[in-house]
Design a protein around this ligand. Structure first.
Ligand code: URA
Length: 272
């Protein structure tokens, strides 16, 4: 309250403060016949004018509404005739809130545009955000070494479930993944891989809609199906290389997953 506030507002505020503290009568120098004078009743909280409701939070592009953002993403993704156009469509899309939470740029994909294997990670980290390419930090370098050891270097297309870095490298939310999913599905359609490698729990959960832990899902084959049901591919979850950097003892599990996957990838396709 400023010193220039009118006296009655100052008094009202002070009396309300006292009333809230339980003081609802005053002692005066002279006795006062309260029956005659009318008993003073300080305004109770309920009698006071309610505070005006806070202004609604400004919606931030279509991302404020997941359903309409997904529709918009589907529309844009369907219009992209190739991976370059898809990359541009993602960069111009405002429906994923992550875009407005500190990310420097959209991070789409790297690798062979006709790869038989698509690797899908969680989301870009700091290094990826700075360079605009997925899996280029320490975890990405480990992933590359593992793919090279399995003879897969030129046979992969690498991307993520979300295309902007989540602040502080937190796990992307299901809503953020949902708004990016139409672009990811369009990438799968355009690359047309034979199988998917799902790297880490958030990617596995989002793609397969399974709630079990990654340690029980890894190394097993699942059937991934697109939202519209028009695409189907075998998909294998495995451990995230960032986890392997922290738990090197788990590398042999990831290596075994990669060997199982490569064995299937190298098997001649039936009817080929
Ligand atoms: N982790 C991921 O899941 N994706 C990246 O691109 C980098 C780190």
């Amino acid at each position: 309250m400023s010193p220039a506030a009118p006296f009655d507002r100052v008094a009202e505020s002070l009396l309300a403060f006292w009333a809230e503290a339980g003081i609802d009568s005053m002692l005066l120098d002279e006795p006062l016949d309260r029956i005659e004078a009318g008993k003073f009743v300080a305004p109770r909280p309920a009698d006071r004018k309610p505070a005006p409701p806070p202004p609604p939070a400004a919606p931030r592009g279509p991302g404020a509404d997941v359903a309409s953002a997904v529709l918009e993403a589907r529309r844009l993704a369907a219009q992209a005739p190739d991976l370059e156009a898809l990359k541009a469509a993602i960069a111009g899309f405002d429906g994923c809130p992550l875009k407005f939470e500190g990310a420097r740029q959209a991070v789409f994909a790297r690798g062979a545009p006709d790869a038989p294997l698509m690797v899908i990670g969680e989301g870009p980290g700091a290094e990826e955000d700075a360079r605009g390419e997925p899996f280029v930090g320490r975890a990405g370098q480990l992933l590359d070494r593992m793919l090279a050891a399995a003879g897969l270097t030129d046979r992969v297309f690498i991307t993520n479930t979300v295309f902007w870095r989540p602040p502080g490298n937190r796990t992307p939310s299901p809503q953020e993944q949902a708004t990016c999913q139409p672009f990811l599905e369009r990438a799968i359609e355009l690359v047309s891989p034979r199988m998917l490698l799902l790297v880490g729990a958030p990617s596995t959960k989002s793609m397969l809609k399974r709630s079990e832990g990654i340690l029980s899902l890894r190394g097993r084959w699942f059937e991934w199906r697109s939202e519209a049901g028009n695409l189907e591919l075998p998909a294998m979850p495995t451990l995230h290389p960032a986890f392997l950097l922290r738990q090197p003892g788990a590398k042999k599990k990831a290596w075994s997953d990669l060997l199982t996957l490569t064995e299937r990838l190298d098997r001649p396709e039936r009817g080929a």
